[in-house]
Design a protein around this ligand. Structure first.
Ligand SMILES: O=C(O)c1cc(C(=O)O)c2c(n1)C(=O)C(=O)c1cc(C(=O)O)[nH]c1-2
Ligand SMILES: [Ca+2]
Length: 724
């Protein structure tokens, strides 16, 4: 096993290391006016700036800038960089306006820089309580900001929507968008349409009921709220779309004391068509995943499509009124969200000019829909999958019955797994090539229905699956075999032909979001700690930069005083990093997190500091003395309550504590003070006393000691294999 623990310097207080400095360059916006609806609608013609999450309302992530191009990208160099004061997943898209760059980081912090020189202007920390981390399925990430007038808006992990003065970083208003007694989190970027700030939330792994809401940009007052799943108490006075949804569920499960919220969280994607005046939202998975528990039929197995899970829904941004929906995965039971990036474009299909909406959701199919009506145009697999054999002419998947675990009650190895064939990492669309670039991957999972499952809304995942089913045995041969089935791809997808024009393979699955440019380039960072440029037409690699850290965030491009820049947040994290067996991540060498903002230009001459020394700590656990029964009980609780952050089978990932090496492992009282009493709450390790008593907590310790001893026996051999 490749068991390395990284000792990285974590900078506090916004400490910055800067590359070169240049003189402050002038304003791009005449008169310094604020962001208006006209500016956002015509954002495509304003190539200097990047004013909203996907650059334009169509979310194409295409920059028309061409100063950096196929011919000269070899001269691209680092111009400035800024070290960040957090070392968790960095997923945000920066915004650029007025020669200034604004970005969010892990823990929902915001920073402003001079976009040309890197001079820090202000920063803002919303002081998210550390224990909020226990409500986040997939790391303490934040994906970005929205701009309107002189304000910037962003969501905090603990569910607040904050308006800041763009010039000073001062808070203008702050409003709570969720019920904090439940496991809601906000990780996605807001969007602004006509003075309304629209934001969703996450938490479907825990048991929440999903919705998206709009707030007045001036006052912060809530304008409307659109729930994506029924409450279970619908009657003829309820909104029609929710009455229709209730028909597709066993709504008894949604009400009562043991009820859980059904899921359908809108935790990432949105897009807007100003001509049709339609806001498109991507809706997430069911809660619990296992439909047999979420919506049982008379025979106790899963029943019903469960609208609007795994759907794209079109709504009116002014009122939140429902217009149409398309469900990608009816009766979802595999965490197949349709929250993945939505891209709008116009193109000719079978001789007809179509206004389309495109998405590569987790379920592995690339969808082209008519965005005016929601009509299904086409759908083909962009990655390996086995849960369906295709999509019929009505746009309904043709399922493989063996993978319908809520019907069979039996475990099945399903592809894609819960992280999907594509996750939140944004795609990019190149209008000249008519190609969509997809950061895709292949990683299957064993979905094993949990017998006698009961929800626990206090702590831990509520998915109705046995989370230990994917634990890898302490056998290097098997580990390497499983590793061999996991890979990443950058796929250049032709949405008309519905096939790949080219693709590039990556060793790891969890790679960066994308940017396409008018210079004929596609930029992407990756799990292997590099940031690269490819020829948009052919996929040839043209440039590569050693980033010293895994890169998952999407790059942007902008210009200041006529000079083009490319910027990207670097820093490893997100769902694969926290929830996946560290042994599998190690396939490509353990991935460090050195969180930084990197900015490049032609001839840039800044250099990163030396790569820090990464210290390996050998495993040194106490002897395992507990009974097999105690270890098994501890293992079951570990899988449900601990594994998503500390790694399946206690094999820690790269940056959250690897419990096999914990200093508390040898001491019963210290262990209980952390896991039961919550002494490390402020660091993000909340108390589990509502779910686990002291005896349970001690059994978890016995399990981790047992696992550490098993892996110690492998250690010598593992080092050689994993460092290859
Ligand atoms: O169901 C949800 O509410 C929810 C929320 C989030 C999130 O907010 O980050 C993710 C997911 N699900 C999810 O399924 C998933 O794969 C995922 C990956 C990530 C990430 O940031 O790496 N977040 C999320
Ligand atoms: Ca989810």
């Amino acid at each position: 096993m490749a068991i390395m623990k990284w000792a990285l310097p974590i900078l506090v207080g916004g400490a910055l290391a800067l590359g070169s400095c240049e003189e402050m360059l002038g304003d791009q916006f005449a008169g310094g006016e604020g962001i208006t609806q006209t500016m956002l609608v015509s954002a495509d013609s304003d190539s200097a700036n990047w004013m909203s999450h996907g650059r334009t309302y169509s979310e194409q992530r295409f920059s028309p800038l061409d100063q950096i191009n196929v011919g000269n990208v070899g001269d691209l160099g680092l111009h400035w960089f800024a070290d960040l004061d957090t070392a968790r997943g960095q997923e945000a898209t920066p915004l650029v306006m007025d020669g200034k760059l604004y970005v969010t980081t892990a823990w929902s912090k915001v920073k402003a820089f001079d976009a040309a020189t890197g001079e820090p202007l202000w920063d803002y920390d919303p002081q998210v309580p550390g224990e909020t981390a226990v409500k986040a399925c997939c790391d303490t990430v934040n994906r970005g900001l929205a701009a309107w007038g002189d304000s910037l808006f962003f969501g905090t992990l603990d569910g607040r929507l904050v308006a800041l003065d763009r010039g000073t970083g001062e808070v203008q208003w702050e409003t709570l968008t969720v019920d904090q007694s439940q496991s809601y989190t906000v990780t996605g970027a807001p969007r602004v349409i006509n003075g309304k700030v629209i934001i969703g939330n996450g938490g479907a792994e825990f048991g929440v009921r999903g919705y998206v809401a709009a707030y007045d940009a001036e006052s912060g007052e809530e304008a409307w709220r659109f729930y994506t799943v029924p409450e279970g108490t619908e009657n003829e006075e309820s909104p029609e779309y929710l009455q229709a949804a209730a028909e597709t569920w066993n709504t008894q499960v949604l009400v009562g004391s043991d009820a859980i919220g059904g899921g359908g969280t809108v935790w990432d994607s949105m897009a807007y068509d100003p001509e049709l005046d339609l806001l498109y939202i991507g809706v997430g998975n069911g809660s619990p995943w296992n439909r047999a528990y979420r919506s049982p039929g008379v025979d106790g197995t899963g029943e019903g499509d469960n609208l609007y899970l795994s759907s794209i829904v079109a709504i009116r941004p002014d009122t939140g009124e429902y217009v149409w929906h398309y469900q990608t995965t009816p009766g979802e039971t595999w965490d197949y969200t349709a929250t993945q990036h939505i891209v709008l474009a116009d193109m000719e299909i079978e001789g007809e000019q179509r206004q389309v909406l495109m998405q590569a959701p987790k379920n592995g199919f690339f969808y082209v829909l008519d965005r005016a009506t929601g009509e299904f145009i086409s759908g083909e697999p962009y990655t390996g999958l086995n849960w369906a054999t295709g999509i019929d002419e009505n746009g309904r998947p043709i399922e493989n019955p063996e993978t319908r675990i809520d019907k069979t009650g039996k475990p099945a190895l399903v592809l894609p797994g819960p992280l999907g064939g594509h996750n939140w990492h944004p795609m990019a669309y190149h209008p000249g090539e008519n190609l969509v670039y997809i950061p895709a991957f292949e990683a299957g999972w064993i979905y094993s229905p949990q017998a006698n499952w009961k929800p626990d809304t206090a702590r831990g995942f509520n998915i109705g699956m046995d989370m230990a089913a994917n634990d890898l045995p302490p056998d290097l041969g098997i580990r390497r075999q499983v590793e061999g089935t996991i890979k990443g791809m950058l796929v250049a997808w032709d949405p008309v032909a519905q096939e790949a024009r080219w693709s590039v393979e990556h060793p790891g699955p969890w790679n960066g979001g994308l940017l396409a440019t008018g210079g004929g380039l596609v930029f992407q960072g990756n799990q292997s700690s590099t940031f690269k440029a490819y020829d948009a037409a052919s996929g040839s690699e043209l440039w590569s930069f050693a980033a010293q850290t895994g890169v998952v965030a999407p790059p942007i491009s902008y210009s200041v005083n006529g000079e083009q820049y490319v910027a990207v947040l670097a820093g490893w994290g997100g769902a694969f990093a926290t929830s996946t067996d560290g042994g599998l991540i190690d396939k490509d060498g353990a991935v460090p997190n050195i969180s930084r903002l990197l900015v490049f230009k032609l001839g840039g001459e800044a250099a990163l500091p030396e790569m820090p020394e990464l210290a390996a700590m050998p495993l040194d656990p106490p002897a395992s003395r507990a009974s097999a029964q105690t270890i098994a009980a501890g293992g079951a609780d570990y899988a449900r309550y601990c594994a998503v952050c500390h790694g399946p089978a206690a094999v820690g990932a790269s940056y959250l504590p690897d419990l096999r090496r914990s200093g508390a492992l040898g001491n019963r009282a210290t262990w209980a003070s952390i896991v039961h009493d919550g002494v490390l709450t402020a660091n993000g390790m909340a108390s589990f006393s509502d779910s686990l008593d002291k005896e349970d907590v001690e059994a978890v310790r016995a399990y981790v000691i047992h696992r550490a001893n098993e892996d110690k026996a492998l250690e010598g051999a593992a080092d050689k294999v994993a460092r290859r």
